[in-house]
Design a protein around this ligand. Structure first.
Ligand code: MG
Length: 453
């Protein structure tokens, strides 16, 4: 069973995104706040990342919420998973002003449900309906909502992670933290220090212009982090995206750890301590399935998007299935015993625990995993669905999976072709255990697509 994807008009896979002041205006954010306040009455927690437009937009969001008589609790600057942790079961909802990994000029809004998960498709479509119809009106002067400033709530999140690792697994371990000038400056170095690590921090001062590197933690952007890891003799470097729901790693040799390998390593560790189901989108590398099934656990696939992973995890648990882990092959991993959202700070802590348990260097642990070659491509097309239908007919003799777009299984490899929900592009991922086979499949799929005109 899996949660189905539904088409939305304004919200993408992870909320509304756009260039601040141009696409994402204060007026739009005020309307989103008012629509949300009309739908989720009560105490609403809000927060933001470090972007320069954040203060302007969070004030618009709060005004919208208060115009619907909500009590707004402003948690200040904090990672998205920290806000989700704070909201979980103690608020009537929440909203985060963030554009995650997008460049500095972008910003966005993510809506959080009272259980701490991102709002699902059905509810988001109802919220969009209110935004477009403006089917709400502000309360009268004597009923306007109020605001409480609660920057101290971030402590709950830090404690929520550190108490899961009680035996100071980071003792005698040096690590490099690269929060990328984002909100994890306030959390990840403290979490790692609490675990006993000696922490060196790079890009550790919050700055919405992102002077050290862009919010997307790329191989190129992490060169300075990698250099600090090797020069300091650190066990690893950990870097986050702009709202720290993702974490990526640099091994002790200064090499970037491919995110599917990172997922496979953490999945193997978790599957060795408990047995159950691991949930992930169809775009995740086959190496994750291989390590999970080798440890006598099972895998469940979902459409692409962390919200489908989180909601499928919850749905499976509600049906009595033992769900032990979930996540995406981009460093966004979900630990159900902690919370049902991607959490970069938790992933950083988990890596300390894995290295302490194994006693091996990170590069050696990665080398133990099944090798996979992943090639990614994107094609601009106004009609992605037509391209996908065409590809389906070309591969009708193969095993096809239509969970999201079409995934073609061939020998020990697969090709995934899916249309973006927000841009006129089709994304192609090829995953194989051999470089030659991956290139062969890439050539083959490009040949098929070139016949479509
Ligand atoms: Mg993010």
């Amino acid at each position: 069973m899996t949660v189905k994807k539904m088409q939305k008009r304004l919200f993408g896979t992870n909320g509304v995104r756009g260039i601040a002041g141009k696409d994402l205006t204060p007026e739009l954010v005020l309307t989103i706040g008012a629509a949300l306040g009309s739908m989720r009455k009560g105490r609403i927690a809000v927060g933001r990342d470090t972007r320069t437009s954040g203060e302007m937009l969070v004030k618009a969001l709060k005004a919208g919420l208060m115009s619907m008589d909500c009590t707004v609790v402003d948690c200040g600057i904090l990672p998205t998973p920290a806000l989700q942790y704070i909201i979980k079961d103690t608020f009537d909802g929440g909203a985060m002003i963030t554009a995650s990994h997008n460049p500095p000029e972008y910003n966005g809004v993510k809506i959080i449900e009272p259980d701490g998960t991102e709002m699902g498709d059905e509810e988001t479509i109802l919220l969009e309906q209110r935004i477009f119809d403006r089917s709400f009106s502000p309360v009268t002067w004597d009923q306007a909502g109020s605001e409480i400033q609660s920057p101290e709530l971030i402590e709950q999140y830090i404690e929520g992670i550190t108490r899961q690792f009680p035996n100071t697994p980071g003792k005698n371990m040096t690590v490099v933290a690269d929060p990328g000038s984002g909100p994890a400056c306030l959390t990840t170095p403290r979490i790692l220090t609490s675990l006993g690590c000696r922490v060196l921090t790079i890009n550790g001062i919050m700055d919405g212009t992102f002077p050290g590197r862009l919010p997307e933690p790329s191989v190129d952007g992490l060169k300075n982090c990698a250099a600090l890891v090797t020069s300091s003799g650190a066990a690893f470097g950990v870097a986050h995206d702009g709202d720290a729901d993702r974490a990526v790693f640099i091994d002790e040799k200064g090499q970037f750890v491919e995110e599917n390998q990172q997922f496979a390593l953490i999945a193997r560790h978790i599957c060795r301590t408990k047995k159950g189901v691991v949930v992930t989108p169809v775009s995740t590398g086959y190496n994750v399935e291989t390590v999970v099934t080798n440890e006598n656990c099972s895998i469940e696939y979902t459409p692409v998007g962390s919200i489908y992973v989180a909601r499928t995890m919850r749905a499976l648990l509600a049906r009595g299935k033992p769900v032990i882990f979930g996540g995406e092959g981009n460093g966004g991993l979900i630990y159900p015993e902690h919370q049902f959202c991607r959490d970069g700070g938790m992933t950083a802590a988990m890596m300390v625990s894995i290295l302490a348990t194994s006693g091996k260097p990170l590069s050696e642990l990665i080398a133990e995993l099944p090798p996979r070659i992943i090639l990614k491509d994107k094609i601009t097309t106004p009609d992605g669905n037509r391209m996908i239908d065409f590809v389906k007919t070309r591969y009708s003799q193969d095993l096809l999976d239509e969970t999201d777009g079409v995934k073609i299984h061939k020998h020990n490899s697969w090709i995934l072709i899916r249309a973006s929900g927000t841009e006129p592009i089709v994304r192609i991922i090829i995953d194989s255990d051999s470089y030659d086979e991956a290139c062969e499949l890439q050539k083959e799929i490009n040949n098929h697509i070139s016949q479509l005109s």
